[in-house]
Ligand binder design. Structure first.
Ligand code: AVJ
Length: 386
């Protein structure tokens, strides 16, 4: 037996025994044999990729995280008030009162706002406690703002983050439980798209589901609708969804979002997004024993106006062939690239108010209130289950 045959056997053994590696192998074989090669964006989030994404969130060009954080800071009180939780009707000590900063304002222009203005003004008496579920929580750095506010309004808070990255969830648990004494974190490692996730409901608790950070943007309109339909099926009247989406560029208006803002956010000067993109090949090499040379692929970010999405690609700089070794799933697979041929690694959909409204309608959520920054970059919507 040659040395390389031994290495291949070892890769096959690893893939067969580890379900996570098996999923990587199956996705690589699916995506890399399509006419337009593709790899699903969940593959980005191994330990190194999760760390690179954290760095992205702090880049000057990547406005998404900081804008959403500002919206949470400005409107956390209002968000929980909409859910019937305010210092008035809780036993907990009220603290730092109104924090409506200049950064953010409540959007009054969204078309769905009109239909719900009556319901909004009604005061809902607080009775049942709230537990917080989060899809794609990652390290949950922004979530702390909301959880801290909730911990002021209710004695104990159960937080249930679901994420594909065990390392990110472990970091979330350590930092949040350290910072908020009344908080219990119950992490669940799962791909929330392909697998069911449990929702723990302490006696009579209502669920606030967070799907923030534009995570939903990785999915096509049909997939996004299905994710929300499946979430909705696990929820009951009185529960709610807080959805954070990145907004589409606009052509008119007082302060229109520019396409260049998007292009810069996905192709930063420091090259962190490029490293994040290439890391998917590093992961295939490590998990599957493939032999991609990440340096022979260029990072490319483009705006696709027809689909209202940013796309990331890895463009082959030359004619080349990489090999996925034999595994439990199949035989050794050579992957040929022409010069200039790309692997499509991510879609990041950007929403118009109309698209958002259609998404909520299709998944039977009732949007109650939307918050948007003054530059019309990002929006957070509270929607309820009726
Ligand atoms: C984590 C999916 C919200 O689409 O903006 C960041 C991932 N990709 N830079 C996004 C990402 C490139 C991010 N999401």
């Amino acid at each position: 037996m040659t040395a390389s045959a031994t290495a291949f056997d070892l890769a096959a053994f690893t893939a067969a025994s580890d379900p996570a590696v098996h999923a990587v192998d199956a996705e690589a074989r699916r995506g890399l044999t399509l006419p337009q090669k593709s790899l699903a964006p969940w593959l980005f989030y191994d330990e190194a990729g999760s760390e690179l994404f954290e760095q992205i969130t702090e880049l000057p060009e990547y406005y998404l995280t900081r804008t959403e954080r500002a919206l949470f800071t400005a409107h956390a009180t209002q968000i929980f008030a909409e859910l019937g939780l305010s210092a008035k009707n809780s036993n907990a000590e009220p603290t730092a009162s109104t924090r409506n900063g200049p950064v953010a304002r409540a959007s009054q222009s969204a078309p769905y706002e009109d239909a719900v203005s009556d319901a909004r003004s009604a005061t809902i008496p607080f009775t049942r406690p709230l537990t917080v579920l989060e899809l794609g929580a990652g390290t949950a750095s922004k979530t702390g703002i909301l959880l801290r506010e909730l911990a002021r309004l209710q004695h104990n808070v159960l937080y249930q983050p679901v994420d594909i990255s065990p390392s990110a969830l472990a970091a979330a648990r350590v930092s949040l439980e350290g910072a908020i004494p009344q908080l219990t974190v119950r992490p669940h490692v799962a791909n929330y798209v392909t697998h069911r996730f449990p929702i723990v409901r302490p006696a009579a608790a209502r669920v606030l589901a967070l799907y923030i950070g534009s995570s939903i943007g990785n999915f096509s309109p049909a997939e996004a609708r299905d994710i929300l339909i499946r979430l909705r099926a696990q929820l009951a009247p009185g529960d709610a969804l807080l959805l954070g989406v990145d907004l589409a560029p606009c052509l008119a208006g007082a302060n229109p979002k520019q396409i260049s803002t998007l292009l810069d956010a996905y192709d930063d000067a420091a090259g962190i997004t490029a490293a994040f993109n290439r890391n998917v090949l590093v992961r295939l090499n490590r998990d599957l024993g493939a032999n991609f040379d990440p340096d022979r692929f260029a990072h490319r970010a483009l705006w696709n106006p027809a689909r209202s999405r940013m796309e990331m690609h890895l463009v082959s700089l030359e004619k080349q062939t990489a090999i996925l070794p034999r595994s439990a799933t199949g035989p050794a697979l050579p992957v040929h690239f022409a010069k200039g041929e790309s692997i499509h690694t991510e879609n990041s959909y950007k929403f118009t108010p109309a698209a958002l409204k259609a998404l909520f309608a299709a998944s039977r959520f009732t949007p109650k209130r939307s918050f948007t920054d003054l530059d019309n970059l990002f929006s957070v919507t509270l929607a309820c289950v009726e």
